[in-house]
Design a protein around this ligand. Sequence first.
Ligand code: RRO
Length: 291
Amino acid sequence: MELAGIKMKNPVMVASGTFGFGKDFADYIDLNKLGAIVTKSVTLKPREGNPPPRIVETPSGMLNSIGLQNKGIEHFLKKQLPFLAKFDTPTIVNIAGESVEDYAELARILSQETTVKGIEVNISCPNVKKGGMSFGCDAGLTKQVIAAVRKATTQPIIAKLTPNVADITLPAKAAAEGGADALSLINTIVGMSIDIETGGSRLGSLTGGLSGPAIRPIAVRLVYEAARAVKIPVIGIGGIMSGSDAVEFFHAGAKAVQVGTANFVDTSAAINVIKEIEEYVHRHPRAFNFS
Ligand code: RRO
């Protein structure tokens, strides 16, 4: 199948931030079986991330506040990308920045790399003070960022949207107008968990992004709305733990899905999702057209 100009063996990708740069999973699963690998967000310069604790378990989900920790684009190109080049699975690089120019610069740098088959533009990180979600919450800025990335590269562009908005159709349309080839949604939902003994937040940065099965109905609704607002393909993300969860997103209008939090529970989660989708398609041969 092909999505936004990216050739994939199946419609199941692993979501940014939940699969590192592939290496940690390669001992457990065959990376060649995945539809695509989306790498952890990379910025121009290294970032330390947020103060600990950074992860809290919640009912049917988890809160994270990593704060975009990464070693920067130079390190990524030298130390992480060469490993992924060995696999016959497209690598999609998730990029993040504090300014429109940061995103454009990252896209320019990555446009030289043949291993990179697509760029996922993270305008939806809930855990940073500058940039991140503030871009994705504003349709004007969404369009500006995507248009700047569009100018900087001919690689396929996926705009990763935030659910923390009143009307998802506005950033969805803005990203499409800016020149995105696809949308991916949802990133995490801003949440908070309080330790009642101390009265303080369980996260060092007070709030974090909620993910996991708890958010799936919200994600399905937002994918449904976004898919009807734009002509470009939508990639569904949000609490997919099984093939039937993924199938829900396909019925909502998604053309592909990303498995995220489930990777923390079971290293084979995405592989199992692929198998279960195959079984569903076998039982419902006319349900979807993955071409
Ligand atoms: O690093 C993070 O804290 C983070 C990012 Br960049 C993101 O896009 N979504 C998220 O839940 N956490």
